[in-house]
Design a protein around this ligand. Structure first.
Ligand SMILES: [Zn+2]
Length: 323
């Protein structure tokens, strides 16, 4: 299985969901084994932050990455599109501190990116789950077990008649990602949106980029795109956060009432339990080579392409400070 980048530079423009600021973003081709990196062009040539679980600095409302006071917010939907479409290496340039929210889903990214994939002459490394592991925190449970593919089951539960409980399972590949997951939008409750606005968040939020729910039902005139759009969007967010591992995962994840904070904590637990996974490469005929983790960790040092190989993973901060 070959690594992929994009054929050409692809531009997007929009507003940040929380900042409300206009932003221009360009997804550019990048060399094999360079991973996904964000560059803040408004801050100079060195303002680069890698898409890595080691760079997560805030998970309060979205997944924010930072390094040396260079912040890149709401990364998860673009990362989901890249991960869902099997695009390993790109440089993402943006001129603000938050990615454009587009329509609240990964659909606008996925529609363009799927036509612009380009194979590279380097085999893709994959994290293959070989032993079951369960992360628990409060009401959240995230389990992963061996599976020959990338499969996600998402379970959501809200005390609201529109959502109640929903469960959705999908084997994620390029086709299913585009058809079943990418267009599921982010969602919020009206009273929560009003509170966020009063506190300087969700300033770019509107019915154009989020499903809003009040006590009577869906506020958006067009209704839902899928009856289980909420559970599908949770799959989207999880796919995006898992991109911060730095390589695709082979396994079946079941996530119950998860969010960005728990996704990152789950990845840290995986990093701390190397007996649950091995690193593999596959040839086109399906032949699998198992890589030497210790050797790979030495090779990865300094590059941080495989952040889970580099213990100790820094503690997660819940406020916006550099890691
Ligand atoms: Zn989301």
């Amino acid at each position: 299985m070959w690594q992929h980048t994009v054929k050409k530079e692809i531009s997007f423009a929009g507003v940040g969901l929380h900042s409300g600021k206009p932003v221009k973003m360009v997804v550019k081709p990048a060399a094999a084994n360079s991973g996904i990196r964000f560059k803040r062009v408004d801050l100079g040539k060195d303002a680069i932050v890698r898409a890595s679980m080691r760079r997560v600095s805030d998970t309060t409302l979205a997944t924010t990455l930072s390094k040396n006071n260079v912040f890149v917010g709401t990364t998860e939907h673009l990362l989901a599109a890249l991960c869902g479409l099997g695009i390993d290496n790109v440089l993402v340039e943006l001129n603000s501190d938050e990615l454009p929210i587009m329509d609240g889903s990964a659909g606008p990214f996925a529609q363009v990116l799927k036509k612009n994939r380009k194979a590279q002459k380097a085999r893709r490394l994959m994290m293959k789950i070989i032993k079951e592991m369960t992360f628990k925190a409060g009401e959240t449970e995230i389990n992963v077990k061996p599976f020959d593919g990338f499969k996600i089951t998402s379970k959501v539960q809200f005390d609201h008649p529109v959502i109640k409980s929903q469960a959705y399972t999908v084997q994620v590949d390029q086709e299913s990602f585009v058809k079943e997951i990418a267009s599921a939008r982010t969602f919020g409750f009206l009273e929560q949106v009003e509170y966020l606005r009063a506190n300087g968040k969700a300033l770019g939020g509107s019915l154009e980029n989020a499903v809003v729910i009040d006590k009577d039902g869906i506020v958006n005139a067009e209704g839902l795109r899928f009856a289980d759009e909420f559970a599908r969007h949770k799959v989207l967010d999880l796919v995006g956060d898992l991109a911060l591992l730095g390589c695709p995962l082979l396994g079946h994840i079941t996530a119950c009432r998860g969010g960005h904070t728990q996704h990152v904590a789950f990845m840290r637990m995986l990093a701390d339990n190397p007996e649950c996974w091995e690193l593999v490469k596959r040839s086109d005929d399906g032949h699998e080579s198992v890589m030497d983790k210790v050797r790979m960790a030495t090779k990865a040092a300094g590059k941080m392409v495989l952040p889970f190989l580099m213990p100790p993973v820094p503690a997660l901060h819940t406020s916006k400070i550099a890691c």
